[in-house]
Design a protein around this ligand. Sequence first.
Ligand code: KMH
Ligand code: ZN
Length: 272
Amino acid sequence: MSVVITVAPTGPIASKADNPHLPTQPVEIADAVAEAHAAGAAVAHIHLRDHQHRPTADLAIGRRTMDLIAERCPILVQLSTGVGLDVPFAERAALIELRPRMATLNPCSMSFGSGEFRNPPADVRRLAARMAELGVKPELEIYDTGHLDACLRLRDEGLLDAEPLQFSLVLGVAGGMAATPENLLAMVRRLPENAVWQVIAIGRRNLELTAIGLALGGNARAGLEDTLYVRKGELSPGSLPLVERTVGLAGALDLGIAGVEETAARLGLTGR
Ligand code: KMH
Ligand code: ZN
C-alpha cells in the first residue's frame, strides 16, 4: 500500500511574523512546493496571498502561482476555495475557473478560531455543481460530524460527480472537532466505502494525529498551514522538514509513497 502526501505550504491565518519561513509570494510558494514534491509530495494544497501577504482569490496571482509550480514539477495542484475568512464566497468560488486538478469544497459554515468561515448551503451546492462541470475534483473538508452528512447529501443530489469521494478530516480548528484519536476514529468509521481520505491535524497534535491517520490506512498532509512548529517551541524552517517527517512516518509503517501518476489514478482524475 502506498500513501499520498499533500503539502500545504501556506494557509489562511498565519503570517511571516508567526514564522518567517512561511511562503506568501507565488515564487516562494512554488519553490516550497517543488522541494516538497522532490521529497515525496504528490499533491499541493494552495492558498494565495497578495503583495501585502493577505489571503486573496486574485485570479492573476492564482494563474501565476499555478504556472510557476508547473514549471518546476508535475505535482497535482489542489487550490483552496477556503482562501481566507474575509474573502467573499463568490470570489473564492471563481478560483476553480483556473481549472486546477482539484479544489477544496468546505460543506458548512462554522466558527473558525476567532473568525467565521462562511459556506452558505446554496453557494456550496452551486460550487459543487460547477466543479463537476469543469472536472475539478473536490477535496471535501470535514471539520465536524455533520459536515460528513452534508457531503453525503450533496452526493445523493448528484452534485459530486467524483468517485471516489475524497475527504479531509480536519481536527484541531477551534470551532470544529478537537484533535483527539477518538474523534478521528469515529469519523473514519463513518466514511463511505472506497472513500479516499487524509487527516489534516491543525496545531499541537499534528504529528500524533497524522501518525494515527497513516496507521489507520489514510493519507497524510504536511506543511506550515497545519503547524508552524517541528516540535514544541521550535519553528519549522519551511514545509520541507514536515513533509520529510511524514515520509519517515510512512516508511516506519512500511508504507510506500504514491507518485503523481499513481495518485491521479487513485483519485480518478481525468486526463488533462
Ligand atoms: N486551514 C484549513 C483547516 C480550505 O483550504 O479550503 C481551512 C482551509 C480551508 O484553509
Ligand atoms: Zn487550506
